[in-house]
Design a protein around this ligand. Structure first.
Ligand SMILES: Nc1nc2c(ncn2[C@@H]2O[C@H](COP(=O)(O)OP(=O)(O)OP(=O)(O)O)[C@@H](O)[C@H]2O)c(=O)[nH]1
Length: 727
């Protein structure tokens, strides 16, 4: 426990191998503005010339200087030497060589032109003339960039002053010939050590103060209260350096200066470099003693953290002993189990934040696909014109007796086709979902083996892709099947008679309402006669905004919109019952010019209607729908209503079937198939001896992280041993 400084030196050496500052070591850090005399102080402490000197910024990399006291040799010959960490065991007995090595090493990392670097140079000096000390000389605080220095040189040099570390003692060097208020080092020290507990002030250049002035007040702690006090020193002047004034003489001169100076005489024993060295040694020893238990605890916890981290990386796999086949098989099984359990919703790490895996497939079926089908309007895209044209085309040259079945067939099939696109999209969405599940399967274990993971994903993606086409084709044929045969015998289909009686029922109701209104109007003495004739009739202009005269949800003719807009009321005024009207031959109540009227003669306008014959022919030649038909005949209105009612009913039952069958098909052909064959497929594709080495290639980052971790652990263990020896 007597000398703890070598312990810190050893720790410093050990930690320098990992370049880590995870453990704050007790050290003395020399801070000061440029040319304040930092290097001179260090040289005085070592009592040797060994630091680079020159104009401007000379110290450009931190210098960790470990002073080790050794016994003088028996013949009293000097045995002083220096050793750099970067030159391993090379002993530098010539101190001018040490200077050159510092210069070369600085230039190697920080460049030739005044640039700075935070990577430290470690130098050990063994000498009988030094006390054990660890000092760090830092690049001086610089304000204006020169040479290769970056524009933020001030910020950089400040950040280099690693004095936040509570373990460091700050040796704040200030020249006495400059007002102390402007001392950069003291300002900096104050920022991190406001109570002045770990700052020791050094006043240089006392010999350069103006005649008649002195720094006694400062040195006796009456100006700035630092707990560790201020110590005055006198270093060699530039002139002394140029003249190669020996260090021993310089130290003697320094001692004389204090003894002779009228102001400092009384405190001469507490001034000068020897006193500074002694104090620093003492302070550092105490400081280390204080910090040691904390350091030990810190290193202990670092050891357990790093051990944990190392364990998390696992052992390297590719040694001879590893059973690679068993490992590949285990990882394949884990991956496919993950895939399956994600689909089944039995995974252990199920998210509570968002839908995942199988639940998303359910969501696709019910919410996305279901909603898409529901949003299709059975007759939304069929205009009155379309329906009427279809009816006419399907009856050929004769007027129909009954509602033409062919027209219904003709119209309903394209409507069924509307179900195809959402059904195929549903297949795609489930396929995408399965691909996502596959990407997130086995992530934890397989993070170590990126190649194996990539291969597993590739094989499963291929499997899913293979299943995509058959599933889509099957779904397509489900729609084709529905279109192939329109089963008007389906028990859920309203049928012709059903649709008709529905219409009759509603029309009756409507008629009764009109009668009621008329009666009320007559009773009230109101002479206005509400005639059913005044009601609107279906025309292309009557269509609702989406082009449909009927609501989307019009189901089996259950809505009355068709009647309100559809059946012209004069039908009721002129006929006793709808059925007699519909099946009767009489259809003479046309309210507009219609093509089933007698065609006008070829050479001019029709005598009866005045219609332009040429215009009609042109339309016919252009394939235009036969007339502009703003108004429909009553019979046409009825037919259109009926057809709409039939299409809606039939479409609804097909939609229900598709809504039921598509998810079943997808589950069977895509989801369950891949779920059941994933393991086999993976084994047959990847469980091949010749692939094992490649598949089990570790992630390079992980391997290097493991190596780093091992190195750190070794260092921490070594540091722990060193400290155990000390305590
Ligand atoms: N007269 C006299 N000159 C001194 C004293 N201390 C330092 N000097 C001179 O001041 C100049 C700068 O001293 P350095 O020790 O190189 O200063 P530094 O703080 O290490 O400089 P950088 O490393 O460049 O930041 C040199 O010429 C020294 O000789 C002193 O106490 N008295």
């Amino acid at each position: 426990m007597n000398d703890l400084i070598p312990i810190v030196n050893k720790l410093q050496d050990v930690f320098s191998t990992i370049g880590s500052d995870t453990v704050d070591l007790p050290q003395i850090i020399v801070v000061g503005s440029q040319s304040s005399g930092k290097s001179s102080v260090l040289e005085n402490i070592v009592q040797r010339d060994f630091l680079p000197r020159g104009n401007g910024i000379v110290t450009r990399r931190p210098l960790v200087l470990q002073l080790v006291n050794i016994q003088a040799s028996e013949d009293s010959k000097p045995v002083e030497y220096g050793e750099f960490l970067h030159t391993s065991d090379q002993k530098f007995t010539d101190f001018s060589e040490i200077r050159k090595e510092i210069e070369a090493e600085t230039a190697r990392v920080a460049g030739q032109n005044k640039g700075i670097s935070r990577s430290p140079i470690h130098l050990k000096i063994f000498s009988p003339n030094v006390l054990n000390l660890t000092l760090v000389d830092l690049p001086g605080l610089t304000k204006i960039p020169i040479g290769d220095q970056p524009t933020d040189i001030e910020k950089q040099t400040r950040s280099l002053q690693n004095i936040q570390n509570k373990c460091s003692i700050i040796l704040a060097v200030s020249p006495a010939n400059v007002d102390l208020v402007n001392s950069e080092s003291l300002k900096l020290a104050k920022q991190v050590d406001s109570e002045g507990k770990r700052t020791i002030g050094v006043l240089t250049k006392l010999d350069l103060m103006d005649a008649g002035t002195n720094a006694l007040e400062v040195l006796t702690g009456r100006v700035i209260p630092l707990k560790l006090g201020f110590i005055g020193v006198v270093n060699r002047s530039q002139q002394d350096i140029i003249g190669n004034k020996p260090m021993t003489e310089a130290l003697k001169a320094e001692s004389e200066f204090f003894k002779r100076h009228s102001a400092y005489r009384s405190i001469a024993s507490r001034c000068g470099t020897p006193f500074l060295t002694k104090i620093l040694n003492h302070i550092l020893m105490n400081h280390i003693r204080e910090r040691l238990p904390d350091m030990k605890a810190r290193i202990n916890s670092l050891i357990s953290q790093t051990t944990q981290e190392l364990l998390s990386y696992g052992d390297p796999v590719l040694d001879e002993k590893t059973n690679k086949g068993a490992l590949v098989l285990k990882l394949i099984t884990k991956f496919s189990n993950d895939f399956v359990s994600s689909i089944d919703g039995t995974a252990l790490d199920i998210s509570t934040k968002e839908l995942c895996g199988g639940a998303r497939i359910y969501y696709i079926f019910n919410n996305i696909f279901g909603a898409a089908l529901e949003s299709i309007s059975p007759c939304g895209n069929l205009s009155v014109q379309d329906i009427r044209t279809a009816i006419r085309n399907s009856t050929g040259p004769r007027p129909s007796l009954f509602v033409p079945e062919i027209a219904f067939d003709l119209l309903v099939k394209p409507q069924i086709l509307l179900l195809e696109q959402p059904s195929l999209r549903c297949v795609e969405l489930v396929h995408e979902e399965l691909t996502k599940i596959c990407h997130s399967s086995g992530n934890q274990e397989l993070g170590r083996y990126p190649r194996l993971h990539a291969k597993l994903v590739e094989v499963v993606s291929d499997l899913l892709r293979e299943r995509l086409n058959p599933t889509s084709s099957y779904v397509e044929s489900l729609i084709s099947i529905q279109r192939a045969y329109v089963n008007t015998n389906h028990p859920d289909f309203i049928g012709g008679a059903g649709a008709m009686s529905d219409l009759v029922r509603k029309s009756e109701k409507k008629r009764r309402e009109f009668e009621k209104l008329n009666r009320r109007a007559n009773m009230g003495g109101n002479m206005t006669h509400i005639s059913p004739l005044s009601g609107p009739s279906i025309s292309s202009k009557d269509e609702s905004q989406d082009g449909s005269p009927l609501s989307d949800k019009e189901s089996s003719g259950s809505k009355d919109l068709g009647l309100q807009n559809g059946i012209s009321n004069n039908a009721w005024a002129q006929r006793e019952s709808f059925l007699t009207y519909f099946f009767g031959a009489g259809n003479k109540s046309d309210r507009t010019i219609l093509p089933d009227q007698p065609l006008p003669n070829r050479n001019g306008t029709s005598a009866k209607t005045g219609i332009d014959m040429g215009e009609l022919e042109r339309k016919l030649d252009n394939g235009a729908i036969v007339d502009d038909a703003i108004h429909l005949t009553d019979r046409e209105e009825m037919e259109i209503q009926l057809i709409r009612s039939l299409i809606t009913s039939y479409f609804n039952l097909v939609r229900k079937t598709i809504q039921d069958l598509v998810p079943k098909a997808i589950m069977h052909l895509l989801v369950n198939y891949s779920r059941e064959s994933v393991q086999n497929r993976l084994v047959s594709e990847l469980y091949k001896e010749e692939l094992f080495v490649d598949l089990l290639q570790e992630d390079e980052n992980l391997a290097s992280r493991r190596q780093n971790c091992k190195t750190m652990l070794d260092v921490y263990r070594k540091a722990f041993e060193i400290m155990n020896e000390a305590m």
